[in-house]
Design a protein around this ligand. Structure first.
Ligand code: CAA
Length: 389
Protein backbone atom coordinates (compact mmCIF):
# COMPACT_ATOMS: atom_id res chain seq x y z
CA UNK A 1 0.00 0.00 0.00
CA UNK A 2 1.43 3.40 -0.94
CA UNK A 3 1.88 5.73 1.98
CA UNK A 4 0.28 9.07 1.30
CA UNK A 5 2.80 11.51 2.78
CA UNK A 6 3.86 12.17 -0.79
CA UNK A 7 0.73 14.29 -1.23
CA UNK A 8 2.71 17.29 -0.02
CA UNK A 9 5.07 16.94 -2.96
CA UNK A 10 4.88 19.73 -5.47
CA UNK A 11 2.47 21.80 -3.41
CA UNK A 12 3.16 25.47 -3.57
CA UNK A 13 2.03 27.49 -0.58
CA UNK A 14 3.14 30.87 -1.91
CA UNK A 15 0.23 33.27 -2.11
CA UNK A 16 -0.06 35.50 -5.17
CA UNK A 17 -0.82 39.24 -5.17
CA UNK A 18 -4.42 38.35 -6.03
CA UNK A 19 -4.69 35.97 -3.08
CA UNK A 20 -3.39 38.63 -0.71
CA UNK A 21 -5.81 41.20 -2.15
CA UNK A 22 -8.77 38.85 -1.55
CA UNK A 23 -7.60 38.20 2.00
CA UNK A 24 -7.27 41.92 2.67
CA UNK A 25 -10.68 42.73 1.19
CA UNK A 26 -12.31 40.04 3.34
CA UNK A 27 -10.47 41.26 6.42
CA UNK A 28 -11.50 44.88 5.82
CA UNK A 29 -15.13 43.90 5.32
CA UNK A 30 -15.13 41.68 8.42
CA UNK A 31 -13.46 44.21 10.71
CA UNK A 32 -15.27 47.30 9.42
CA UNK A 33 -18.72 46.01 8.52
CA UNK A 34 -19.32 42.66 10.21
CA UNK A 35 -17.86 43.50 13.62
CA UNK A 36 -20.19 46.42 14.44
CA UNK A 37 -23.55 44.98 15.46
CA UNK A 38 -22.30 41.43 15.89
CA UNK A 39 -23.41 41.17 19.54
CA UNK A 40 -26.92 42.33 18.64
CA UNK A 41 -27.19 39.93 15.70
CA UNK A 42 -26.07 37.01 17.87
CA UNK A 43 -28.53 38.03 20.59
CA UNK A 44 -31.47 38.66 18.27
CA UNK A 45 -30.65 35.68 16.02
CA UNK A 46 -30.99 37.81 12.89
CA UNK A 47 -28.67 38.42 10.00
CA UNK A 48 -28.86 41.96 8.62
CA UNK A 49 -30.16 41.86 5.00
CA UNK A 50 -27.96 44.90 4.22
CA UNK A 51 -24.88 42.84 5.10
CA UNK A 52 -26.10 40.02 2.89
CA UNK A 53 -26.43 42.51 0.04
CA UNK A 54 -22.91 43.80 0.73
CA UNK A 55 -21.50 40.26 0.63
CA UNK A 56 -23.02 39.92 -2.83
CA UNK A 57 -21.70 43.31 -4.01
CA UNK A 58 -18.21 42.47 -2.76
CA UNK A 59 -18.25 39.17 -4.64
CA UNK A 60 -18.23 36.80 -1.66
CA UNK A 61 -21.32 34.82 -2.67
CA UNK A 62 -20.00 33.21 -5.84
CA UNK A 63 -16.25 33.48 -5.53
CA UNK A 64 -15.26 30.37 -7.51
CA UNK A 65 -18.02 30.55 -10.13
CA UNK A 66 -16.88 31.36 -13.64
CA UNK A 67 -17.40 35.04 -14.65
CA UNK A 68 -19.55 33.66 -17.50
CA UNK A 69 -22.15 32.88 -14.82
CA UNK A 70 -21.64 36.04 -12.78
CA UNK A 71 -19.01 34.74 -10.36
CA UNK A 72 -15.53 35.84 -9.37
CA UNK A 73 -13.65 33.11 -11.25
CA UNK A 74 -11.31 32.63 -8.30
CA UNK A 75 -9.58 29.53 -7.04
CA UNK A 76 -10.29 27.56 -3.87
CA UNK A 77 -7.26 29.07 -2.13
CA UNK A 78 -8.82 32.55 -2.52
CA UNK A 79 -12.06 31.17 -1.15
CA UNK A 80 -10.46 29.69 1.98
CA UNK A 81 -8.50 32.90 2.58
CA UNK A 82 -11.75 34.87 2.50
CA UNK A 83 -13.54 32.29 4.65
CA UNK A 84 -10.79 32.49 7.25
CA UNK A 85 -10.95 36.28 7.49
CA UNK A 86 -14.77 36.43 7.61
CA UNK A 87 -14.84 33.67 10.25
CA UNK A 88 -12.33 35.44 12.46
CA UNK A 89 -15.14 37.88 13.15
CA UNK A 90 -18.50 36.39 12.21
CA UNK A 91 -19.08 32.67 11.70
CA UNK A 92 -22.78 33.31 11.06
CA UNK A 93 -21.85 35.37 8.00
CA UNK A 94 -19.26 32.87 6.84
CA UNK A 95 -21.61 29.89 6.93
CA UNK A 96 -24.00 31.74 4.62
CA UNK A 97 -21.05 32.34 2.28
CA UNK A 98 -19.81 28.77 2.58
CA UNK A 99 -23.11 27.03 1.82
CA UNK A 100 -23.87 29.34 -1.09
CA UNK A 101 -20.38 28.96 -2.60
CA UNK A 102 -19.25 25.43 -2.01
CA UNK A 103 -22.49 23.49 -1.87
CA UNK A 104 -25.02 25.37 -3.99
CA UNK A 105 -22.98 27.29 -6.60
CA UNK A 106 -20.31 24.61 -6.94
CA UNK A 107 -22.93 21.87 -7.28
CA UNK A 108 -24.80 23.75 -9.98
CA UNK A 109 -21.71 24.76 -11.91
CA UNK A 110 -20.13 21.30 -11.80
CA UNK A 111 -23.21 19.21 -12.52
CA UNK A 112 -26.09 21.46 -13.69
CA UNK A 113 -27.33 21.88 -17.25
CA UNK A 114 -26.70 25.08 -19.20
CA UNK A 115 -30.36 26.07 -18.66
CA UNK A 116 -30.09 25.48 -14.89
CA UNK A 117 -26.92 27.57 -14.77
CA UNK A 118 -28.49 30.43 -16.72
CA UNK A 119 -31.67 30.35 -14.68
CA UNK A 120 -30.27 29.86 -11.16
CA UNK A 121 -26.47 30.00 -10.94
CA UNK A 122 -26.08 33.51 -12.34
CA UNK A 123 -28.39 34.98 -9.67
CA UNK A 124 -26.89 32.85 -6.88
CA UNK A 125 -23.30 33.75 -7.78
CA UNK A 126 -24.00 37.48 -7.79
CA UNK A 127 -25.73 37.28 -4.43
CA UNK A 128 -29.04 38.44 -5.90
CA UNK A 129 -30.56 35.33 -4.35
CA UNK A 130 -29.30 32.82 -1.76
CA UNK A 131 -29.32 29.03 -1.96
CA UNK A 132 -29.74 26.17 0.51
CA UNK A 133 -28.54 22.57 0.44
CA UNK A 134 -31.12 20.15 1.80
CA UNK A 135 -29.76 16.74 2.71
CA UNK A 136 -30.34 16.24 6.47
CA UNK A 137 -33.65 14.94 7.74
CA UNK A 138 -35.11 14.25 11.19
CA UNK A 139 -33.95 10.64 10.84
CA UNK A 140 -31.08 11.04 8.38
CA UNK A 141 -28.08 13.07 9.59
CA UNK A 142 -24.84 11.11 9.41
CA UNK A 143 -26.70 8.21 7.83
CA UNK A 144 -27.38 10.25 4.72
CA UNK A 145 -28.34 7.36 2.43
CA UNK A 146 -31.51 6.78 4.52
CA UNK A 147 -33.51 9.48 2.79
CA UNK A 148 -37.20 9.54 3.76
CA UNK A 149 -38.07 12.50 1.53
CA UNK A 150 -39.50 11.08 -1.68
CA UNK A 151 -39.45 12.38 -5.25
CA UNK A 152 -42.03 10.29 -7.07
CA UNK A 153 -41.55 10.15 -10.83
CA UNK A 154 -44.76 11.40 -12.46
CA UNK A 155 -43.60 11.56 -16.06
CA UNK A 156 -42.65 15.16 -16.74
CA UNK A 157 -42.39 16.15 -13.09
CA UNK A 158 -41.48 14.80 -9.63
CA UNK A 159 -43.86 14.92 -6.69
CA UNK A 160 -41.82 15.73 -3.59
CA UNK A 161 -42.92 14.86 -0.04
CA UNK A 162 -40.97 14.96 3.20
CA UNK A 163 -39.15 17.11 5.74
CA UNK A 164 -35.61 18.47 5.79
CA UNK A 165 -33.96 19.53 9.05
CA UNK A 166 -31.32 22.03 10.19
CA UNK A 167 -31.17 23.72 6.80
CA UNK A 168 -28.67 26.61 6.73
CA UNK A 169 -30.17 29.60 4.83
CA UNK A 170 -33.54 27.80 5.13
CA UNK A 171 -35.49 31.02 5.66
CA UNK A 172 -33.54 33.44 3.44
CA UNK A 173 -32.97 31.15 0.45
CA UNK A 174 -34.91 31.40 -2.79
CA UNK A 175 -33.56 28.19 -4.30
CA UNK A 176 -33.05 24.84 -2.55
CA UNK A 177 -31.14 21.79 -3.72
CA UNK A 178 -33.29 18.99 -2.32
CA UNK A 179 -32.04 15.42 -2.02
CA UNK A 180 -34.88 12.88 -2.24
CA UNK A 181 -35.46 9.19 -2.88
CA UNK A 182 -37.05 8.20 -6.21
CA UNK A 183 -36.30 4.47 -6.41
CA UNK A 184 -36.11 3.06 -2.84
CA UNK A 185 -35.30 -0.42 -4.19
CA UNK A 186 -32.02 0.99 -5.57
CA UNK A 187 -31.08 2.46 -2.16
CA UNK A 188 -28.59 5.35 -2.54
CA UNK A 189 -28.42 4.81 -6.29
CA UNK A 190 -32.12 5.75 -6.52
CA UNK A 191 -31.68 9.19 -4.93
CA UNK A 192 -32.06 12.43 -6.92
CA UNK A 193 -31.17 16.07 -6.35
CA UNK A 194 -33.85 18.54 -7.44
CA UNK A 195 -33.77 22.31 -7.68
CA UNK A 196 -36.84 23.54 -5.82
CA UNK A 197 -37.93 27.17 -5.72
CA UNK A 198 -39.29 28.79 -2.58
CA UNK A 199 -42.91 29.69 -3.04
CA UNK A 200 -43.90 26.66 -5.05
CA UNK A 201 -47.16 25.08 -3.90
CA UNK A 202 -46.73 22.73 -0.97
CA UNK A 203 -43.32 24.09 0.06
CA UNK A 204 -43.40 25.43 3.65
CA UNK A 205 -40.67 26.86 5.86
CA UNK A 206 -40.75 25.47 9.40
CA UNK A 207 -39.64 27.07 12.63
CA UNK A 208 -36.28 28.76 12.97
CA UNK A 209 -33.92 26.81 15.21
CA UNK A 210 -32.81 28.44 18.49
CA UNK A 211 -29.15 27.46 18.34
CA UNK A 212 -26.13 27.38 20.68
CA UNK A 213 -23.89 29.14 18.14
CA UNK A 214 -23.87 30.77 14.71
CA UNK A 215 -27.07 32.26 16.05
CA UNK A 216 -27.42 35.00 13.43
CA UNK A 217 -27.42 32.44 10.64
CA UNK A 218 -30.77 31.24 9.53
CA UNK A 219 -31.48 27.54 10.21
CA UNK A 220 -34.90 26.05 9.56
CA UNK A 221 -36.72 22.84 8.86
CA UNK A 222 -38.38 22.76 5.43
CA UNK A 223 -41.54 20.82 4.60
CA UNK A 224 -42.58 19.48 1.21
CA UNK A 225 -46.12 18.34 0.65
CA UNK A 226 -46.93 17.25 -2.91
CA UNK A 227 -44.53 19.82 -4.38
CA UNK A 228 -44.41 19.49 -8.18
CA UNK A 229 -40.85 19.84 -9.47
CA UNK A 230 -40.34 19.85 -13.25
CA UNK A 231 -38.04 17.11 -14.58
CA UNK A 232 -35.69 19.71 -16.05
CA UNK A 233 -34.86 20.71 -12.44
CA UNK A 234 -33.17 17.39 -11.69
CA UNK A 235 -29.37 17.68 -11.43
CA UNK A 236 -27.56 14.99 -13.41
CA UNK A 237 -28.88 11.61 -14.50
CA UNK A 238 -31.66 9.72 -12.72
CA UNK A 239 -30.19 8.36 -9.47
CA UNK A 240 -27.18 10.74 -9.38
CA UNK A 241 -28.43 12.62 -6.28
CA UNK A 242 -26.40 10.84 -3.61
CA UNK A 243 -23.17 11.04 -5.59
CA UNK A 244 -23.99 14.69 -6.19
CA UNK A 245 -24.39 15.29 -2.44
CA UNK A 246 -21.17 13.47 -1.53
CA UNK A 247 -19.06 15.12 -4.25
CA UNK A 248 -20.38 18.54 -3.34
CA UNK A 249 -19.81 17.96 0.38
CA UNK A 250 -16.15 17.11 -0.27
CA UNK A 251 -15.62 20.73 -1.32
CA UNK A 252 -18.02 22.00 1.34
CA UNK A 253 -15.81 20.42 3.98
CA UNK A 254 -12.88 22.59 2.84
CA UNK A 255 -15.08 25.66 3.36
CA UNK A 256 -16.08 24.56 6.87
CA UNK A 257 -12.47 23.66 7.68
CA UNK A 258 -11.54 27.24 6.69
CA UNK A 259 -14.38 28.52 8.85
CA UNK A 260 -13.07 26.54 11.84
CA UNK A 261 -9.55 27.83 11.16
CA UNK A 262 -10.89 31.39 11.09
CA UNK A 263 -12.79 31.00 14.37
CA UNK A 264 -9.63 29.65 16.04
CA UNK A 265 -7.42 32.36 14.53
CA UNK A 266 -9.90 35.10 15.50
CA UNK A 267 -9.97 33.89 19.11
CA UNK A 268 -6.16 33.72 19.08
CA UNK A 269 -5.79 37.31 17.78
CA UNK A 270 -8.11 38.61 20.50
CA UNK A 271 -6.28 36.60 23.17
CA UNK A 272 -2.84 37.81 22.09
CA UNK A 273 -4.00 41.42 22.22
CA UNK A 274 -5.76 41.00 25.56
CA UNK A 275 -2.77 39.27 27.11
CA UNK A 276 -0.66 42.37 26.45
CA UNK A 277 -3.26 44.75 27.88
CA UNK A 278 -4.46 42.91 30.97
CA UNK A 279 -2.21 43.10 34.00
CA UNK A 280 -2.00 40.63 36.90
CA UNK A 281 0.57 40.37 39.66
CA UNK A 282 2.15 43.61 38.47
CA UNK A 283 2.74 42.80 34.79
CA UNK A 284 0.85 42.07 31.56
CA UNK A 285 -0.47 38.51 31.70
CA UNK A 286 1.50 37.76 28.50
CA UNK A 287 4.64 37.91 30.65
CA UNK A 288 3.38 34.98 32.72
CA UNK A 289 4.58 31.70 31.36
CA UNK A 290 1.18 30.07 31.95
CA UNK A 291 -0.32 32.42 29.35
CA UNK A 292 2.70 32.31 27.00
CA UNK A 293 2.41 28.53 26.83
CA UNK A 294 -1.26 28.70 25.98
CA UNK A 295 -0.65 31.22 23.20
CA UNK A 296 2.33 29.31 21.83
CA UNK A 297 0.32 26.12 21.66
CA UNK A 298 -2.65 27.91 20.08
CA UNK A 299 -0.40 29.48 17.42
CA UNK A 300 1.19 26.11 16.62
CA UNK A 301 -2.05 24.18 16.27
CA UNK A 302 -3.69 26.97 14.25
CA UNK A 303 -0.72 26.97 11.85
CA UNK A 304 -1.00 23.19 11.47
CA UNK A 305 -4.73 23.55 10.73
CA UNK A 306 -3.95 26.28 8.19
CA UNK A 307 -1.52 23.98 6.36
CA UNK A 308 -4.15 21.25 6.12
CA UNK A 309 -6.79 23.69 4.87
CA UNK A 310 -4.46 25.22 2.23
CA UNK A 311 -3.34 21.76 1.17
CA UNK A 312 -6.93 20.60 0.58
CA UNK A 313 -7.69 23.81 -1.34
CA UNK A 314 -4.54 23.48 -3.47
CA UNK A 315 -5.30 19.86 -4.31
CA UNK A 316 -8.79 20.84 -5.46
CA UNK A 317 -7.38 23.69 -7.56
CA UNK A 318 -4.83 21.34 -9.13
CA UNK A 319 -7.57 18.89 -10.08
CA UNK A 320 -6.18 16.20 -7.76
CA UNK A 321 -8.11 13.94 -5.38
CA UNK A 322 -8.97 15.98 -2.29
CA UNK A 323 -11.50 13.74 -0.48
CA UNK A 324 -9.08 12.64 2.25
CA UNK A 325 -7.37 16.04 2.51
CA UNK A 326 -10.73 17.82 2.93
CA UNK A 327 -11.84 15.39 5.64
CA UNK A 328 -8.50 15.72 7.47
CA UNK A 329 -8.64 19.51 7.26
CA UNK A 330 -12.17 19.63 8.65
CA UNK A 331 -11.50 17.07 11.37
CA UNK A 332 -8.36 18.79 12.60
CA UNK A 333 -9.38 22.43 12.15
CA UNK A 334 -12.71 21.94 13.91
CA UNK A 335 -11.02 20.30 16.91
CA UNK A 336 -8.49 23.15 16.99
CA UNK A 337 -11.35 25.67 16.84
CA UNK A 338 -13.13 24.08 19.80
CA UNK A 339 -9.96 23.77 21.84
CA UNK A 340 -8.49 27.20 20.96
CA UNK A 341 -11.71 29.09 21.69
CA UNK A 342 -11.96 27.35 25.08
CA UNK A 343 -8.37 28.43 25.81
CA UNK A 344 -9.23 31.95 24.64
CA UNK A 345 -12.06 32.12 27.19
CA UNK A 346 -9.64 30.89 29.87
CA UNK A 347 -7.04 33.55 28.97
CA UNK A 348 -9.73 36.23 29.17
CA UNK A 349 -10.85 34.92 32.58
CA UNK A 350 -14.08 36.50 33.85
CA UNK A 351 -14.15 38.83 30.82
CA UNK A 352 -14.07 35.80 28.56
CA UNK A 353 -17.29 34.57 30.06
CA UNK A 354 -19.27 37.68 29.08
CA UNK A 355 -20.38 38.64 25.61
CA UNK A 356 -18.53 41.95 24.99
CA UNK A 357 -15.18 40.22 24.66
CA UNK A 358 -16.41 37.98 21.79
CA UNK A 359 -14.54 34.81 22.75
CA UNK A 360 -17.56 33.20 24.46
CA UNK A 361 -19.49 33.55 21.16
CA UNK A 362 -16.55 32.07 19.28
CA UNK A 363 -16.52 29.10 21.66
CA UNK A 364 -20.23 28.54 20.99
CA UNK A 365 -19.74 29.03 17.24
CA UNK A 366 -16.81 26.60 17.12
CA UNK A 367 -18.90 23.63 18.23
CA UNK A 368 -20.93 23.40 15.03
CA UNK A 369 -17.80 22.96 12.92
CA UNK A 370 -17.41 19.51 14.54
CA UNK A 371 -20.97 18.65 13.52
CA UNK A 372 -22.19 20.07 10.21
CA UNK A 373 -21.13 18.97 6.72
CA UNK A 374 -20.23 15.63 8.31
CA UNK A 375 -19.46 15.16 12.01
CA UNK A 376 -15.88 14.54 13.16
CA UNK A 377 -16.78 10.85 13.41
CA UNK A 378 -17.89 10.84 9.74
CA UNK A 379 -14.64 12.58 8.73
CA UNK A 380 -12.69 9.78 10.47
CA UNK A 381 -14.77 7.23 8.57
CA UNK A 382 -14.03 8.99 5.27
CA UNK A 383 -10.30 9.17 6.08
CA UNK A 384 -10.15 5.51 7.15
CA UNK A 385 -11.87 4.39 3.94
CA UNK A 386 -9.43 6.46 1.86
CA UNK A 387 -6.47 4.84 3.66
CA UNK A 388 -7.29 1.43 2.19
CA UNK A 389 -8.91 2.55 -1.06
N1 CAA B 1 -17.04 11.43 -2.02
C1 CAA B 1 -17.55 10.83 -3.12
N2 CAA B 1 -18.35 9.74 -3.05
C2 CAA B 1 -18.62 9.27 -1.83
C3 CAA B 1 -18.13 9.84 -0.65
C4 CAA B 1 -17.28 10.97 -0.78
N3 CAA B 1 -16.78 11.60 0.28
N4 CAA B 1 -18.59 9.13 0.41
C5 CAA B 1 -19.33 8.15 -0.07
N5 CAA B 1 -19.36 8.23 -1.42
C6 CAA B 1 -20.06 7.32 -2.36
C7 CAA B 1 -19.48 5.92 -2.27
O1 CAA B 1 -18.36 5.78 -3.13
C8 CAA B 1 -20.65 5.08 -2.70
O2 CAA B 1 -20.77 5.10 -4.10
P1 CAA B 1 -20.93 3.72 -4.94
O3 CAA B 1 -22.18 3.08 -4.47
O4 CAA B 1 -20.97 4.17 -6.36
O5 CAA B 1 -19.73 2.90 -4.61
C9 CAA B 1 -21.85 5.84 -2.17
O6 CAA B 1 -21.41 7.20 -1.96
C10 CAA B 1 -22.37 5.30 -0.87
O7 CAA B 1 -21.31 5.29 0.04
P2 CAA B 1 -21.15 4.19 1.15
O8 CAA B 1 -21.43 2.84 0.60
O9 CAA B 1 -19.81 4.42 1.78
O10 CAA B 1 -22.35 4.58 2.14
P3 CAA B 1 -22.40 4.59 3.71
O11 CAA B 1 -23.81 4.76 4.06
O12 CAA B 1 -21.63 3.45 4.26
O13 CAA B 1 -21.56 5.91 4.11
C11 CAA B 1 -21.35 8.30 4.41
C12 CAA B 1 -21.84 7.15 3.53
C13 CAA B 1 -19.89 8.57 4.09
C14 CAA B 1 -21.48 7.99 5.90
C15 CAA B 1 -22.26 9.47 4.02
O14 CAA B 1 -23.59 9.14 4.33
C16 CAA B 1 -21.89 10.77 4.70
O15 CAA B 1 -20.97 11.45 4.25
N6 CAA B 1 -22.64 11.15 5.74
C17 CAA B 1 -22.52 12.48 6.33
C18 CAA B 1 -23.54 13.38 5.70
C19 CAA B 1 -23.18 14.82 5.84
O16 CAA B 1 -22.04 15.22 5.66
N7 CAA B 1 -24.19 15.64 6.10
C20 CAA B 1 -24.03 17.04 6.15
C21 CAA B 1 -25.33 17.73 5.90
S1 CAA B 1 -25.21 19.11 4.84
C22 CAA B 1 -24.81 20.43 5.85
O17 CAA B 1 -24.46 20.30 6.99
C23 CAA B 1 -24.86 21.73 5.15
C24 CAA B 1 -25.14 22.89 6.01
O18 CAA B 1 -26.26 23.32 6.12
C25 CAA B 1 -24.01 23.61 6.64
Amino acid sequence: MAFKDTLLEGLNFNLSEEHLAVKEAARDFAQNELLPGILERDNEQKFDPKLLKRMGELGFMGMMVSPEYGGGGMDTVSYVLAMEELSKVDASASVIVSVNNSLVCYGLEAYGTEEQKQKYLTRLASGEIVGAFCLSEPEAGSDATSQHTTAEDKGDYYLVNGTKNWITNGGISSVCLVIAQTHPELKHKGINCLIVEKGWNGFAVGKKEDKMGIRASDTHSLMFSDVKVPKENRIGADGFGFKFAMSTLNGGRIGIAAQALGIAAGAFELSLKYSQERKAFGKPIFEHQAIQFKLAEMATKIEAARLLVYKAARLKDEGKDYVEAAAMAKLFASDVAMWATTEAVQIHGGYGYVKEYHVERMMRDAKITQIYEGTSEIQKLVIARELIR
